[in-house]
Design a protein around this ligand. Structure first.
Ligand code: PLP
Length: 363
């Protein structure tokens, strides 16, 4: 049985994108590959709002998220944490033997710029990790305000995960001064999983060049060297790069501004509908994500039963809560290729399914 994903990644992939992946293979050291790689750079740089190259990593985002720390953190990293993905980043830092401080906020609360300033002012840090859009709880922190603080500390390399916000709204890498800007394929780009994209500032590359234990697969200096020849360090997921080229064409055809406006509009359509059913938004007011909505299960509905109905009768799936929020929240994605029509159809199905979903007995 096939069904459509409205979970916050992976999300539905269009027939056009799938078709783009079905092209004949080319050698990754061939002039054809170099032409493919170089042809997508300008469009990628435009979406990253950067003059720096955008490297392609055959991995999910976590590969580069871990790799970035290996490349630039030699003293200590400040991990800003307000949900499952940002919490994990602290765990990853410790696992690879880096000194790390956990700057914790409750899930659903944005990262507070003043708290970041207080920590960085201790002078203990040479890197910071930040997740723009905490997908686990649908919370979007104020990236411009946070980057304004981080720019006050030139010794600190900023590593920013935009995995679930990239191409949903403009995130201006150069203007904001983001050093390492990381995103992935299976969220708003609506591609299959398996490709990460990362753009790195010159000063971050200079830092990396001095770090001796940065490894090979995620060595940013290696990415830069290969980039200069229109290639990647190892054999990349060429099919996914075809998909990326196709998606970048789609984005260009729609227009980035129209794409951002569409995401904001559909996000609000879903939010208004579900709030109208009596649920509340989980993240702090004013910090709700534009890519998805995370609702508190204030009506105490049986979310397992809801998703079963949605899947079997309506052939779609939403998310019943991430990690410790399972059963307590539900998340609906509006990322990627959704339109007013597809979101209207989703809400019609949701309306019908909600009507037959039982409430759980009070605990
Ligand atoms: C999905 C997601 C990730 C994880 O990406 P992988 O592709 O599983 O490596 C990281 N950060 C955020 C914010 C995400 O939404």
């Amino acid at each position: 049985m096939s069904y459509k994903l409205f979970i916050p990644g992976p999300i539905a992939v269009s027939e056009k994108t799938l078709q783009a992946m079905a092209k004949p293979m080319i050698g990754h050291r061939s002039t054809d590959f170099v032409a493919l790689y170089q042809s997508i750079q300008p469009d990628l740089q435009a979406l990253f709002y950067t003059k720096d190259p955008v490297y392609l990593s055959t991995s999910s985002a976590w590969g580069i998220m871990e790799g970035a720390l290996r490349n630039v953190c030699t003293k200590k990293v400040l991990n800003c944490m307000n949900g499952a993905f940002s919490d994990k980043w602290n765990d990853v830092a410790l696992r690879i033997g880096r000194q790390a401080t956990a700057l914790k906020f409750d899930w659903g609360q944005p990262v507070d710029p003043e708290a970041v300033r207080r920590e960085l002012a201790t002078g203990a840090y040479d890197a910071i990790t930040l997740i723009h859009n905490e997908t686990s709880c649908g919370c979007m922190s104020d990236l411009p305000a946070l980057m304004a603080v981080i720019r006050e500390f030139p010794e600190v390399i900023s590593i920013v995960d935009t995995v679930s916000s990239f191409s949903v709204l403009p995130i201006k890498k150069d203007e904001l001064g983001i050093d390492i800007f990381i995103t992935g394929s299976q969220k708003a780009l609506a591609m299959p999983p398996g490709l990460a994209m990362v753009s790195v500032s010159k000063r971050a590359l200079e830092r990396a060049a001095k770090v001796t234990d940065r490894g090979y697969y995620f060595d940013l200096v290696e990415f830069q060297k290969n980039h200069e020849n229109g290639m990647t360090p190892s054999t990349p997921a060429i099919a996914l790069i075809y998909a990326l080229k196709s998606k970048l064409e789609d984005i260009k055809a729609e227009g980035a501004e129209a794409r951002y406006a569409r995401h904001a509009r559909l996000n609000k359509t879903v939010r208004d509908f579900v709030l109208g059913k009596g649920f509340t938004l989980f993240p702090k007011e004013g910090y709700g994500s534009l890519s998805l909505n995370c609702f508190a299960n204030t009506l105490n509905l049986d979310l397992g039963a809801l998703n079963k109905t949605l899947k079997s009768k309506h052939h779609l799936v939403i998310d019943g809560g991430y990690g410790k929020l399972k059963g307590k929240t539900f998340r609906i994605s509006n990322m990627g290729d959704e339109t007013d029509e597809t979101i209207a159809a989703l809400l019609k199905s949701l309306d019908a399914a909600l009507a037959e979903t039982p409430r759980l007995p009070a605990a």
